[in-house]
Design a protein. Structure first.
Length: 319
């Protein structure tokens, strides 16, 4: 196991700032004063995909502010618009501060470490009134507090809608809202390798409450989006990933899909139309219902693309 503890060297370049650590390095890039990218790499990274060319640069005005920045004792502080971004040694920690208040802070002694399996971990301090949302399509409540999630693509057919995990999509992005400060920040993990997010499910008697992120390989590349509103965070997120195309209005309602109805012994058509009628009764906007593949089943139980199972759909045209 390796744990980052000391800053040994500081270097400025056209990307931003590089901190050499006792067991790895951290690079800091700020394309705007509201977007902070912190990339943490271990000296021995274990499984790591090919290094991609660096395409993001810090804004020139930010680099100009950082030009005279240097390590003072065990701490370096970078001005960033209304914020200050500070890194300290022994133990290694970073903090984002606004008007003397902590906006984001890593957990001392666990800012950046690698376990015996080669996985990289990052812990952040968690306040009692922090509320977590996001990670795309996940089971359970929209409020993610006290849950642990695995991020990886699986065909999760028949999953538990309350606790099932992981599901189909890989969207390693979430928002943290501070009730006391009325401020929302976003965290985007720029890594497509399977990962884990814990929003307070794990506790330790040795540390203050924390959230944590772990990746199975590659770099721990975090975009910290400073908001301060949820709408601001989304705009900052899309400015990094690219904005989506405007979807057609008909796609904004509920899209249903299930294998269960189309694999009933008979009258699958009535079952599907019953779901449509129930949505209308409950005033749920329904944009479409996908039949999956049960309607194509032949007498031998195999699926045939241009086949209708007559027992399940006796009159496809009318349906």
């Amino acid at each position: 196991m390796q744990r980052a503890n000391q800053i040994t060297h500081v270097e400025m370049n056209d990307v931003g700032l590089t901190l050499q650590l006792d067991v790895g390095k951290v690079t800091v890039c700020c394309p705007t004063s509201q977007i902070v990218r912190i990339t943490m790499k271990m000296s021995d990274a274990g499984f790591s995909p090919p290094v991609q060319p660096e395409v993001m640069r810090s804004a020139p005005e930010i680099l100009a502010q950082w030009a005279e920045t240097k390590l003072e004792g065990d701490r370096i502080t970078l001005p960033l618009g209304d914020y200050n971004l500070a890194f300290s040694s022994d133990p290694f920690q970073f903090q984002i501060i606004q008007n003397g208040e902590m906006v984001v802070a890593s957990l001392p002694h666990s800012t950046f470490w690698q376990d015996r399996l080669g996985r990289l971990w990052h812990y952040q301090l968690k306040q009692d009134d922090d509320r977590y949302f996001g990670l795309g399509e996940k089971s359970g409540r929209l409020l993610r507090n006290n849950r642990r999630f695995r991020m990886g693509n699986v065909d999760a057919i028949g999953y538990d809608p309350e606790l099932g995990d992981p599901l189909y999509k890989h969207i390693p992005f979430y928002m943290k809202h501070s009730v006391s400060r009325g401020q929302t920040v976003g965290i985007f993990l720029n890594n497509a390798i399977p990962s884990e997010f814990d929003f307070g499910s794990e506790r330790s008697g040795y540390w203050e409450p924390y959230s944590r992120i772990g990746v199975d390989g590659g770099a721990l590349a975090l975009f910290i989006l400073l908001g301060p509103t949820p709408g601001d965070v989304l705009r900052q997120y899309y400015s990094v990933t690219g904005f989506p195309a405007l979807p057609p209005r008909a796609s904004l309602g509920y899209l249903g899909s299930t294998m269960a109805y189309t694999e009933l012994p008979e009258r699958s058509d009535e079952a599907v139309l019953g779901v449509v009628a129930q949505c209308e009764k409950l005033d749920i906007p329904l944009s479409g219902f996908h039949l999956s593949s049960g309607y194509t089943t032949g007498e031998d139980g195999k699926r045939y693309v241009f086949n209708w199972h007559n027992g399940r759909f006796p009159d496809p045209e009318q349906f």
